[in-house]
Write a protein that binds this ligand. Structure first.
Ligand code: ZN
Length: 96
């Protein structure tokens, strides 16, 4: 879950990112969409359903997201997938 806080910016208020929390265990990250704990780390998890309809007169889109930390992704979500119909993850690696 993204937690937003209200801050005063030049005589107006707006929603700005405060912290990211895991919807399963409550773990926190100070980075938006990044679970890394060090500045050189980038650890992103994505569990999202995006539904969109687009017509000439307009449209609508609905996004449903779960924010889940890497530990819960591996310990809970991946195990759930693997225990249901033997689902396998697609894994790719990049080196630079
Ligand atoms: Zn978690």
């Amino acid at each position: 879950m993204k937690h937003m806080k209200t801050v005063l910016i030049l005589e107006h208020t707006e929603e700005v990112f405060e912290k990211l929390t895991c919807d399963v265990c409550g773990a926190e990250s100070k980075w938006d969409e990044n679970w890394g704990t060090k500045e050189h780390e980038k650890i992103i998890t994505t569990v999202q359903l995006e539904e969109e309809e687009s017509f000439p007169s307009g449209g609508q889109a609905t996004q449903t997201q779960y924010h889940i930390c890497p530990a819960c992704f591996k310990q809970h979500l991946a195990k759930w997938f693997e225990s249901h119909r033997n689902s396998k993850a697609s894994v790719s690696t990049s080196v630079w």
